[in-house]
Design a protein around this ligand. Structure first.
Ligand code: ATP
Length: 256
């Protein structure tokens, strides 16, 4: 087994409702580890807590409790040092201006990449996502697929050991989806630990080494694709979608 690049222990994140004075548990005690080269995939319904989890383990949000170790560095005690090992990609159509290269140079400096490395890191990131040829173009003319690859490049400019990808293929056409999937596979093969969320079951089936089914802020299953089917009591020829729906149904019944 390769070494662990991220270890999250008992992460909890609450949101307070000021009116009712109640606490809503968006992430309710989640623990998991990611190894170098592994693609860990979080699957769950809208509101399950996936994005809040990613934010809580990447210093976008402070968890209410729990520990995160990034390549052995304690994220909560040494956020800057730990953050250097993380690439976080939330994607979407917004967040860029001017040329692709200008954007990446800006974000490289924001992430405190050493000045002498900025240009080389940006060029490498552009080449990795196959945008080097259009680096001087204004991002306003980019397609959704190109913008998503630019987001991934942004996540790579500090050469992180772990890459977090939230909804990486949402709203993309088939060709762009396949390009992004190949890219993610390659990034993992090069030794990065990848954590991804997706509502696209084909993404998960194609990419995931390990699947985490998450609902109401908790992990209900962790393991292989084949294991999900056993867990869900569906036929081995059933799709991941069938298994996912069966588990979701069982969870709903338990809540009733
Ligand atoms: N800043 C916030 N304040 C209050 N509640 C929040 C906040 N951020 C998230 N939540 C709530 O926490 C829960 C989990 O949200 P989160 O965005 O993490 O889910 P998700 O699994 O990523 O959903 P989706 O698949 O729709 O993106 C939701 O009920 C959401 O309304």
């Amino acid at each position: 087994m390769t070494k662990i690049v991220l270890k999250a222990t008992n992460i909890r994140r609450y949101f307070k409702n000021q009116k009712s004075k109640t606490e809503f548990h968006a992430v309710d005690g989640i623990s998991f580890s990611v190894h170098a080269g592994e693609i860990a995939s979080f699957v769950g319904p809208n509101g399950a807590g996936k994005t809040t989890l990613l934010k809580s383990i990447s210093n976008y949000l402070l968890p209410n409790s729990g520990q995160v170790e990034v390549t052995g560095i304690n994220l909560l005690k040494h956020p800057r040092q730990a953050r250097r090992q993380l690439g976080v990609v939330f994607g979407g159509d917004r967040g860029f201006y001017a040329s692709a290269r200008d954007n990446l140079e800006f974000f490289a400096r924001l992430l405190a990449v050493k000045e002498k490395n900025v240009k080389a890191n940006v060029q490498e990131a552009l080449e990795t996502v196959n945008l080097a040829d259009v680096a001087a173009k204004n991002t306003g003319s980019f397609s959704k697929g190109m913008l998503q690859r630019l987001h991934i490049a942004r996540g790579l400019i500090n050469k992180p050991k772990i890459l977090m990808l939230d909804e990486l293929t949402a709203g993309l056409d088939v060709e762009s989806v396949i390009t992004i999937r190949k890219l993610v596979k390659r990034l993992a093969k090069e030794g990065r630990g990848i954590i991804l969320t997706s509502h696209n079951m084909n993404d998960i089936e194609t990419l995931a080494d390990k699947i985490y089914l998450i609902g109401s802020g908790r992990i209900h299953y962790e393991g292989s694709l084949a294991g999900v089917k056993t867990f869900a009591h569906v036929d081995e020829n059933a799709s991941l979608t069938d298994a996912y729906l069966a588990v979701a149904d069982q969870l709903k019944r338990r809540q009733v």
